[in-house]
Design a protein around this ligand. Structure first.
Ligand code: FE2
Length: 222
């Protein structure tokens, strides 16, 4: 771990995306996720419940908008040659069209993370390889779910106030508070365009800290 970079922090990517278009997808995505939830519910309980006690239904789910040709491996999220749009991508065609406007020259894993109950997401790191910097855009159509970055040394939390963000997933933690209602966010991994990359202060060591260095630079300029 390094002292360089700002923690907790995130890079606000709203200036680089069409937030009005993103917000306009809120109902479109919600409707489709609710339809999937209704199908999942039927799958988990069957049509005949013995009594009124519903079984525990897993809350947190993923919709894969792209699929890898290789077995599941977290370190493949940015191996863009492996990933192809999934069947579900057709169901979320308007979201896919929005994703095409993001600053990527190639895209890898694309997922919708959703939770029917809006449960809390425990603070976590995504991996522990400090030399690995995943280029991704995390985004959401509404600001309902409290989502935060956490400095593991100080315990300080910083809530994300933007629709879209890029953040250090290795040298700090991130998590979410409960909302009690359907919540979702989307993450697209890939390779940023050269133009977008030229803005990023990639460090020689601890490359995972690049978003924290960028956030530090932005804070200094503000
Ligand atoms: Fe995560």
């Amino acid at each position: 771990m390094t002292d360089a970079g700002l923690y907790p922090s995130y890079v606000d990517l709203d200036p680089f995306i069409d937030t009005a278009r993103l917000r306009s997808l809120d109902g479109y995505i919600t409707e489709r996720l609710e339809r999937r939830l209704a199908e999942d519910l039927a799958f988990y309980t069957g049509p005949f419940l013995l009594d009124g006690t519903a079984p525990h239904l897993p809350g947190s789910k993923l919709v894969y908008l792209s699929r890898s040709s290789e077995p599941e491996n977290y370190y493949d999220v940015d191996r863009t040659d492996l990933w192809r749009p999934s069947e579900e991508a057709g169901e979320f065609a308007e979201l896919m069209a929005f994703i095409d406007t993001l600053p990527f020259k190639a895209k890898g894993r694309m997922i919708i993370m959703y939770d029917r109950e809006g449960s809390a997401v425990s603070a976590h790191r995504d991996h522990d390889s400090v030399d690995l910097c995943h280029e991704f855009v995390w985004f959401r159509t509404n600001l309902d779910k409290p989502f935060y970055m956490l400095n593991p040394h100080s315990g300080e939390k910083l809530y994300v106030h933007s629709h879209a963000a890029w953040f250090d997933t290795v040298n700090q933690y991130h998590g979410g508070d409960a909302t009690g209602a359907l919540s979702f966010s989307i993450r697209v991994d890939g390779i940023f365009t050269d133009e977008f990359r030229s803005r990023i202060p990639f460090p020689a060591a601890n490359r995972a800290s690049a978003p924290a260095l960028w956030a530090e630079r932005q804070a200094a300029e503000a």
